[in-house]
Design a protein around this ligand. Structure first.
Ligand SMILES: C[S@@+](CC[C@H](N)C(=O)[O-])C[C@H]1O[C@@H](n2cnc3c(N)ncnc32)[C@H](O)[C@@H]1O
Length: 207
């Protein structure tokens, strides 16, 4: 019997594992408890997924704000990106900038991003090339918001939709010029901190 080398066998295992994640993600019909597709929350990475309703609301808001042919950047907000994909809109495109490499299954749409290095982005991610940036930084601190804001300002043509704690309201207003919206984002898990959405434009998240 012909046999595969150990390297070939390892590569084959890796390929099957990746395919399995890919299949689960592409057949996911939304968020389930603490996971979407096979992507479980990793608390080490401060991951708290939105409910399906919230992910849909934010995705629809991003589409409306981006306009026809618009480009949407999802910064540390993978469930909004996933919802945009699920909606299969042909009149806009989305990109996911994320630290968690499990999302690299999204191929060219995935850009590795670490908020500690705000402008350390690939050359093809050009300045002011997104109609809207949707961001949900991993930590409730001025340091994290400040660094994330550098990336947001680099990416956006103007519009910003930020989700973070209510405690960050003043910092978000002074760093990014965003105002709190009335819509309250919900997570699949109860969080100790109140979360809110903030925008710097007339936003559909206010009635
Ligand atoms: C509070 S969660 C926001 C997720 C959002 N609620 C959702 O459902 O899509 C924070 C996000 O930041 C990402 N993250 C963790 N460490 C990061 C880092 N060093 N740089 C950038 N993003 C990071 C996490 O993987 C996670 O997706």
């Amino acid at each position: 019997m012909p046999q595969l080398s150990s390297h070939a066998l390892a590569a084959l295992h890796e390929f099957y594992a990746e395919q399995q994640v890919k299949n689960t993600l592409s057949t996911s019909h939304g968020l389930t408890n603490q996971s979407f597709g096979s992507v479980e929350e990793d608390w080490q990475l401060s991951q708290f997924w939105y409910t399906e309703e919230t992910a849909l609301k934010l995705a629809e808001e991003a589409i409306a704000a981006a306009g026809k042919g618009g480009r949407i950047a999802c910064l540390s907000s993978p469930s909004v990106y996933q919802k945009l994909k699920d909606l299969k809109r042909e009149d806009c495109s989305a990109c996911l900038l994320e630290y968690d490499k499990r999302f690299s299954v999204h191929g060219d749409d995935f850009v590795f991003y670490d908020y500690n290095y705000p402008l350390d982005l690939p050359k093809n991610v050009e300045a002011n090339s997104f109609d809207i940036v949707v961001a949900d930084p991993p930590y409730l601190s001025n340091e994290c918001l400040g660094k994330t804001a550098e990336t947001i300002k680099y990416l956006t043509k103007g519009k910003i939709l930020l989700c973070t704690g209510a405690v960050m309201e003043d910092a978000a207003a002074s760093i990014l010029g965003v105002k709190m919206c009335q819509f309250i984002p919900q997570h699949t898990r109860h969080l100790a901190n109140e979360f809110r959405c903030y925008a710097n434009y007339d936003c559909g998240l206010d009635p």
